[in-house]
Design a protein around this ligand. Structure first.
Ligand code: SAM
Length: 250
């Protein structure tokens, strides 16, 4: 089993990757971080609601979302100070300081009250961040712990590319690996298991022939724990599509 890197070393790794990349990030990523605007459209933020993005990077999504939901308040967390430098510059340039606040922190362990002055948010989302967070399952659990009752967690990230040609899938994965990006092939299973744990509902969409996956977990409105559903006796392993080759670490 590979040990997760210490938060400090992961922060240094992310800063190293984005120190120069942050200057061209928004212009280049629009071609391959697909599904981000779809996620924002589906957030359906209630009037005056609060929204948290974990792994907010340059703040691109926060700014698009702030334009789409003008009555909401937005918060962003990222482990990379380099990315946050760009985010803060952009937020100031667009005079959005009063609606968007960003802070440095680790998505797997943070204190929202200390960072943002609130304990929960109506909407929380992760956009192409889980594939860069070694302890990504812990990040999902942490994200769910700060969703307000009746709120939702939204995730978009690289999918299994199951309906894309094998050469494309292999090439994409090799290239992503160079940037420490690992598609989380068991994202759907992890989300389903969280839904079961929390008596929440799950929705999944496969985008662009499996290039990306969009998942939504909606929490029940009542904070009261509800009786757990009886567990199924044994879970059959998911049948892998013919074109799909399991990745080594997921
Ligand atoms: C590919 S970028 C995505 C940025 C943005 N969400 C988007 O959709 O454009 C991934 C971001 O996740 C951040 N990140 C990686 N690990 C993290 C962690 N453990 N906690 C918080 N942010 C993290 C990186 O610093 C980077 O800004």
């Amino acid at each position: 089993m590979i040990a997760a890197p210490a938060p400090d070393s992961h922060a240094r790794l992310m800063d190293g990757i984005y120190r120069h990349q942050r200057h061209i990030y928004d212009a280049t990523r629009k071609f391959y971080l697909l599904g981000r605007d779809r996620l924002i459209k589906r957030l359906d933020v209630p009037e005056g609601g609060s929204v948290l993005e974990l792994g907010c990077g340059t703040g691109r999504n926060l700014m698009v979302a702030a334009r789409a939901y003008p009555s909401a308040r937005f918060y962003g967390l990222d482990i990379s100070d380099e990315m946050l430098t760009t985010a803060r510059l952009k937020i100031r340039r667009e005079h959005s300081d009063d609606v968007i606040a960003v802070a440095q922190g680790d998505a797997t362990a943070f204190d929202p009250l200390a960072l943002f002055g609130r304990a929960s948010f109506e909407r929380v989302y992760l956009s192409y961040a889980l594939s860069m967070i070694p302890q990504w399952e812990k990040a999902i659990a942490m994200a769910l712990s700060v969703v307000a009752p009746g709120g939702s967690l939204h995730m978009v990230d690289f999918g299994r590319q199951e309906d894309l040609p094998g050469w494309f899938r292999a090439g994409l994965r090799g290239w992503l690996d160079r940037f420490h990006v690992t598609p989380r092939d068991s994202l759907r299973d992890a989300a389903e298991s969280e839904c079961e744990r929390l008596n929440a509902s799950c929705e999944f969409e496969t985008l662009f022939r499996g290039y990306a996956i969009h998942a939504v977990i909606r929490l029940p409105a009542s904070a009261e724990p509800r009786p757990r559903k009886p567990r199924r006796p044994s879970k059959q392993p998911r049948q892998a599509p013919a074109a799909y080759m399991p990745a080594s670490s997921d």
